[in-house]
Design a protein around this ligand. Structure first.
Ligand SMILES: Cc1cc2nc3c(=O)[nH]c(=O)nc-3n(C[C@H](O)[C@H](O)[C@H](O)COP(=O)(O)OP(=O)(O)OC[C@H]3O[C@@H](n4cnc5c(N)ncnc54)[C@H](O)[C@@H]3O)c2cc1C
Length: 456
């Protein structure tokens, strides 16, 4: 059963006579625990036609570069293999997602898609719904609790959204049932000159016209198979200590699921169910589920209801007012966006965090907070700091350009937080300092770890 709250009709067109049901895959790039795929299969079985899955790879996805594309293509190769095992054809074309979807829908009875929460993702779905000649349905599968079921307005903080999410967990913490397609689609013919051989990741990556200023990383390999290996290791070796060690950046006591979640290569619901089934202590499970569900879905709520989520104007009025009051304060150091990018500050801890992100594509969570706070402290203005932090985050993090990216950066500036004691530059926005890092973690070991990564 797929909960009706996950399903939304996007246009008023009828189901028409067609050769297949189309699942236009966009945000949820996986074959497992995907409500949109299961819904498409069930509808196709009912109509007596097969399912075809289509995906458009555009070369100019907002802020994406080679690092992101390589990870995504590795994931799509995995999707192709997994769909093949279920007898479903995966048509991947070089083209903008909404154009590929509209063309692929020409032979379809019905179009099904998944849900994305960012502005351009809404716009693509709106375009597709308005340009196809058949019914278009969206099925939300990248949130444990559907976003509008949780709340119909922008929430202030984790404390205000937590109870709203928890009230629905019992209903939504159930896996979608896997349905067997009654008809396969592997033998169907689709002649498209811009079709990509998606199982050839290197060849496809070479073919695409993309921004190559940030190179591919080897530390994280994309795809559901890799995610499964990492998460299995996390459940067995790390989850029990997660509550106590997750904020120690010299260690590796985190799941590394964020890039996989960002590309929809894993389902947050599936991760949550696996955590629930594990033998880890209840306290550790609760801390992890707080991050995976409450914090992550607070970010979804933020980008859904705050139209200015990617600009300084998204910040709460109290935070903008207090930062404005301190705008004339003398800064002990002022760095340009380039100096930040090149890790040329006086602070070895900050530089190590920046290098970790540039080298591996993923900065430790605890360092992300310190990193963002110091960009505020050492930029000429808070507005410049906001733009620098968001730009660097989205350029280098494999999990960048996500609802969590916008909420994470905005948090450094007071979003989802409360006023603290007043201090220079920050006003009442929370501050962090290097002495705190030295007290709370083995920061010297972290710097040594990053230095060893940088060695050839
Ligand atoms: C300045 C700043 C920038 C950030 N940028 C991003 C970003 O671009 N993309 C991104 O996914 N996260 C971002 N975060 C949130 C957080 O740092 C990452 O989600 C986390 O480090 C991912 O690593 P992990 O998967 O190993 O986390 P784990 O600790 O294993 O957590 C599991 C999952 O819980 C969720 N989660 C954990 N911490 C948070 C959090 N603070 N807020 C929301 N969800 C959370 C993530 O989905 C994560 O994958 C940012 C935080 C800050 C302060």
């Amino acid at each position: 059963m797929i909960q009706p709250e996950r399903i939304r009709r996007l246009n008023a067109q009828p189901v028409v006579r067609g050769r297949y049901v189309l699942y236009w895959m966009q945000a949820s790039q996986r074959a497992g625990c995907n409500h949109a795929l299961e819904y498409a299969i069930a509808r196709a079985n009912g109509l007596g036609v097969p399912v075809v899955v289509a995906f458009g790879v555009t070369g100019d996805y907002p802020e994406a570069n080679e690092r992101h594309y390589a990870f995504m293509l590795e994931g799509l190769a995995c999707v192709a293999r997994d769909l093949k095992k279920r007898g479903i054809q995966f048509v991947v074309r070089h083209g903008s997602p909404e154009r590929v979807a509209v063309e692929a829908a020409k032979g379809a009875s019905l179009l099904v898609t998944d849900r994305g929460y960012l502005r351009h993702q809404h716009a693509w779905r709106e375009h597709v719904a308005g340009h196809v000649g058949c019914e278009a349905i969206q099925v939300e599968t990248d949130a444990v609790v559907p976003a509008e079921t949780v709340s119909r307005k922008e929430e202030f903080a984790a404390r205000t959204i937590r109870t709203k999410i928890h009230a629905h967990l019992k209903t939504f913490l159930v896996p979608p049932r896997e349905t067997r397609p009654k008809q396969g689609s592997l033998a169907m013919r689709f002649n498209a000159p811009d079709r990509l051989d998606i199982e050839d990741v290197d060849g496809t990556l070479e073919r695409l016209k993309i921004d190559r200023s940030v190179r591919r990383v080897r530390d994280y390999v994309g795809g559901a198979d890799e995610a499964d290996k990492l998460f299995t290791a996390f459940l067995h070796r790390k989850l029990a200590d997660y509550a106590t060690l997750r904020n120690e950046p010299s260690l590796d006591c985190v799941s590394h699921m964020s890039p996989y979640l960002h590309f929809g290569q894993v389902s947050p619901l599936d991760l949550a169910l696996r955590v629930e089934e594990s033998a880890a202590p209840r306290a550790a499970k609760d801390v992890f589920l707080e991050e995976l569900i409450v914090r992550r879905e607070l970010s979804i709520n933020f980008v859904l209801y705050n139209e200015r989520y990617d600009t300084y104007g998204c910040l709460p009025a109290w935070a903008r007012a207090t930062l404005r009051d301190q705008a004339g304060d003398r800064r002990a150091h002022v760095y340009s966006p380039d100096e930040f990018e090149n890790a040329e500050t006086h602070d070895p801890y900050w530089n190590a965090a920046q290098r970790e992100m540039v080298l591996t594509g993923k900065m430790h969570n605890y360092m992300r907070m310190y990193w963002g706070k110091k960009i505020i402290e050492w930029s000429a203005t808070p507005q410049e700091a906001f733009a620098t932090a968001l730009h660097l985050n989205n350029k280098y993090e494999l999990d960048g350009r996500d609802p969590n990216s916008f909420a994470g950066v905005a948090w450094c500036f007071g979003k989802h937080d409360r006023p603290w004691t007043r201090r220079p530059v920050f006003g009442t926005v929370r501050w962090m300092n290097d002495k705190g890092l030295e007290r709370k973690c083995d920061i010297k070991a972290y710097v040594t770890k990053v230095e060893s990564m940088a060695r050839p």
